[in-house]
Design a protein around this ligand. Structure first.
Ligand SMILES: Cc1cc2nc3c(=O)[nH]c(=O)nc-3n(C[C@H](O)[C@H](O)[C@H](O)COP(=O)(O)O)c2cc1C
Length: 318
């Protein structure tokens, strides 16, 4: 038996391992972000001692996804124990689901984070190779359903998060979920400093889920305009609205204003019309997402530098 097979056998016996905070420099996952997280961000996160992740839908085609996973595998080789996750849409209408799940069993990320549906669909396959399944949830009701479905971990996306944002305070959300769930708890929503990461632990959760703080990392897929806007923005410069995609999402005001949706226009219409197929305005592409922690982005830097800063703050806050 090879060493890898042995390790896997041990993992399978011990149950799904998931992301172990003790193996990280600070207990944080660099969260999956649409059109922002690619293989370089995942590799840089792991090399900097954090857990990396990306959403599969960022790879335009199945063939691209295979290439990305190869790049991750290659980029992580030589690291003693990199920890990474993939976020996968599990909604029945997502037609790449089965094919992607097959890739998960081949490339074996530590965690598959399920979005937009029940984690049940991936459990057997992911547990089969020794991985763990965490479900992304925004309400206690969904947390309970995911726990009942057998999720090993829950990602509680709270108020102030970038992209699709929750509405609950982490103070209330973590307490209620902890009363019925003793698996891994990950907390996201404006956690943007090492002090925030420490606060997540103090609440009784295991890992922080940090998106916005890393959009400006040099290894992300974000363009320059987006990066510069992030540096200029503070907490008063983001707006959560359903008007852009139909679900509550947090955007940079400056990018909304750029496409003609300043505050007043948003209030008046309540809905942005993207129906013109030749229109150049696209949510995520030139209407930029960011959460309330955006004030922590004060420069464009290599991910390693951002991670180092977070680790120093985290250790000082212990
Ligand atoms: C630009 C951007 C894109 C995002 N895209 C996704 C996505 O495709 N899938 C997903 O599960 N979460 C997505 N999120 C949410 C993050 O995974 C995470 O929940 C969030 O960033 C945490 O809050 P924070 O941005 O305040 O740190 C996105 C967030 C941002 C900022």
């Amino acid at each position: 038996m090879t060493e890898t097979a042995e390790t896997l056998a041990v993992q399978s016996l011990a149950g799904p391992s998931g992301i172990d905070p003790r193996g990280l420099r600070a207990p944080a996952i660099v969260a999956p972000m649409f059109l922002v997280s690619g293989p370089e961000l995942v590799v840089a996160s792991c090399r900097a001692g954090l857990a990396g992740s990306f959403p599969t839908q960022n790879a335009r085609t199945y063939a691209d996804l295979v290439q990305w996973l190869d790049r991750i595998r290659e980029g992580l080789s030589g690291l003693p124990r990199p920890q990474w996750a993939v976020s996968q849409i599990v909604h029945p209408t997502y037609d790449r689901f089965e094919a992607e799940l097959g890739l998960m069993t081949e490339y074996r990320p530590d965690v598959v984070i399920t979005a937009l549906g029940s984690p049940r669909r991936v459990l057997d396959a992911v547990h089969g190779y020794g991985g763990a399944v965490y479900a992304d949830v925004m309400s206690v009701e969904h947390a309970r359903k995911a726990a009942d479905a057998g999720a090993d971990g829950l990602v509680l996306v709270c108020h102030g998060a970038g992209g699709h944002t929750g509405r609950l305070s982490p103070f209330a959300f973590v307490d209620e979920v902890r009363s019925f769930f003793d698996g891994t708890l990950v907390v996201g929503g404006a956690v943007s400093t090492g002090r925030g990461v420490r606060a997540v632990e103090a609440l009784g959760a295991d890992l922080a889920y940090m998106g916005t703080r890393f959009i400006g990392a040099e290894e992300s897929l974000a363009n320059d305009k987006y990066r510069q806007m992030l540096v200029r923005a503070g907490v008063d410069d983001v707006t959560a609205t359903k008007a852009v995609t139909g679900v509550m999402c947090s955007w940079l005001d400056e990018s909304l204003a750029d496409v003609g949706f300043g505050d007043a226009a948003l209030q008046a219409s309540g809905k942005i019309d993207f129906s013109d197929p030749h229109g150049e305005h696209k949510p995520w592409k030139n209407i930029f997402a960011a959460g309330q922690g955006v004030g922590s982005v004060d420069r464009i830097a290599p991910l390693q530098d951002i991670a180092d800063e977070i680790v120093v703050e985290y250790l000082a806050a212990r």
